[in-house]
Design a protein around this ligand. Structure first.
Ligand code: HPA
Length: 276
């Protein structure tokens, strides 16, 4: 069984970051999935801490995930940007996955944007499309709230009716309108990974109601929304999900498509930050 989140470790990490940035009160936070970290090329980075210097976080083991926590500034707003994330499939349990959410809580973040790359399942979606996540399906076979109840994560049985907060959804739609960057909308399904899906699994995901599939975001969304943070989510479709085309999937394809979508991702996130 996966060990429960270790709160003592999270406290140690939060104390470390607070000691580095004693006066920082972020207006919002962003967790950057594959490809999304390039937003930092178009906003001011005030300071950064390498993930490997944050106790119990550790460096992401995935190409395309830089592994730094940045204090960034744009449009007069201070933002915490996690350049990369830890995944459940890395096998270190929930503590490194939960750690960024705990930091957000401790630093008083009210609005959190979760981003990822995903395989397109909806028949109208194509690689390069960006999708506002309106809801999710947890197919990870586990979740980070299993274990002793701690009040920091909200109630024992968190409501999941609006994991993606209506205000966060509205803010993303407004950012899309202001920036002129088109957004699809849909349901994100998370698997445990690290394998991509079989074509039969992709057909099953579609029957379940999924528009896109990936291996992240759902645990962070659960934790943050249960703890009272307004969560928004964005996926970049980096490939057709398995079986839609007659060709194998590779992580190179994922990172290459994210690069093509990069200027739109940057414009959208700039607009999102400026609205906080
Ligand atoms: N499946 C799962 N995760 C992914 C995919 C996919 O097709 N593309 C990017 N992340």
């Amino acid at each position: 069984m996966t060990p429960a989140i270790d709160l003592k470790k999270l406290e140690t990490a939060a104390a470390h970051v607070r000691a580095k940035w004693p006066d920082l009160k972020p207006d919002a936070a962003v967790i950057c999935g594959s490809g999304w970290s390039s937003v930092l090329d178009v906003i001011e980075v005030v300071d950064r801490i390498s993930f490997s210097d944050i106790p119990h976080l550790g460096a992401p083991g995935v190409v395309g995930h830089a592994g730094a926590l940045c204090h960034a500034r744009h449009g007069g707003k201070d933002v915490l940007v996690f350049q990369g994330r830890r995944h459940f499939y890395e096998g270190e349990g929930w503590t490194p996955v939960a750690l960024p959410i705990f930091l957000c809580l401790k630093m008083g973040v009210g609005d959190l944007l979760l981003t990822n790359s995903a395989g397109a399942i909806h028949p109208d979606f194509s690689p390069g499309d960006l999708m506002l996540i309106t809801d999710h399906i947890n197919q990870m076979g586990d979740n980070p709230l299993v274990g002793p109840h701690h009040e920091i994560w909200g109630p024992r049985f968190p409501d999941q009716s609006n994991v993606y907060h209506p205000k966060a959804v509205a803010r993303l739609r407004a950012a899309s309108g202001k920036s002129g960057v088109a957004l699809r909308e849909g349901v994100y399904l998370a698997t445990r990974g690290p394998v991509y899906e079989t074509p039969a699994e992709v057909r099953a995901c579609r029957l379940l109601g999924a528009d896109a599939v990936g291996m992240s975001t759902v645990p962070e969304a659960m934790l943050a929304s249960a703890a009272g943070i307004r969560v928004g989510g964005l996926s970049c479709m980096t490939n057709f999900a398995a079986g839609i085309l007659d060709q194998p999937l590779t992580h190179d394809e994922v990172t290459e498509t994210a690069t093509v979508a990069m200027p739109r991702m940057q414009k959208l996130l700039q607009s999102w930050i400026a609205q906080s």
